[in-house]
Design a binder for this molecule. Structure first.
Ligand SMILES: CC(C)(COP(=O)(O)OP(=O)(O)OC[C@H]1O[C@@H](n2cnc3c(N)ncnc32)[C@H](O)[C@@H]1OP(=O)(O)O)[C@@H](O)C(=O)NCCC(=O)NCCS
Length: 185
């Protein structure tokens, strides 16, 4: 039986396994824990320790008149707890482009959650925000993330050679994209 919205009264978008909810100031320590986790931060590019205050600020409403980022807490419906963060950043409302990101609690990797979340965010970007192009920026050694992007439907667009320094070497950055017209199909 599928879980109901009552599992989390703040649920904003409902998926099968997870819901996307607004971020919650009460869970900042949990978020900071994910961001500081050695395996997660390597590819999410948090090269410096993230303090509770810095993470808190990241999710506070910004002063800009127009919001250019949207964050979600990923809520596991069956486990009834947050298991990650996702959203859209660098939103350009005139060109209608944005970058997608997702970060899942390492304990929940490999359960198709990243893929479900990515699909929900893209769907929201196209069906509710009327964006035109979503980009996913990933690092060549992050094979899992590349696979997730492909499963969602992203296609490789450009490679920036030896653009970023990870684990003692410069590696390529791969930019993948999905267009609204292709998503509709
Ligand atoms: C990237 C991330 C979100 C993936 O989440 P996830 O819930 O584990 O992903 P899924 O379970 O949906 O899919 C994982 C896929 O990668 C595959 N995979 C796992 N290890 C792999 C490897 N070494 N090489 C290639 N593919 C691999 C899995 O088999 C699965 O594909 P399949 O369904 O075809 O079998 C998660 O690893 C994460 O939070 N990483 C840290 C932050 C990050 O890198 N974010 C992405 C950049 S924005």
């Amino acid at each position: 039986m599928s879980e109901t919205k009552e599992d989390n009264p703040l649920a904003f978008i409902e998926g099968d396994v997870v819901s996307l909810c607004p971020t919650n100031a009460d869970n900042i320590i949990l978020y900071a824990g994910w961001m500081n986790n050695p395996e997660t931060r390597k590819y999410a590019r948090y090269e410096m320790p993230q303090t509770i205050d810095e993470v808190k600020k990241l999710f506070e409403p910004k002063k800009e008149a127009v919001k250019n980022e949207i964050f979600f807490e990923i809520w596991h419906k069956k486990e009834k707890k947050p298991v990650g963060l996702a959203g859209l950043i660098r939103i350009q409302w005139f060109t209608r482009n944005a970058h997608i990101f997702y970060l899942i609690d390492q304990k929940y990797w490999g359960q198709n959650i990243g893929t479900e979340v990515g699909k929900l965010v893209v769907d929201y970007a196209y069906k509710e925000l009327n964006l035109h192009k979503i980009t996913a920026r990933m690092f060549a050694p992050n094979k899992v993330s590349l696979r997730v992007a492909e499963k969602i439907g992203f296609k490789h667009e450009i490679t920036l050679k030896k653009e970023v320094y990870i684990d003692g070497e410069h590696v390529d950055v791969l930019e993948y994209a999905i267009f609204k017209d292709d998503w509709k199909k």
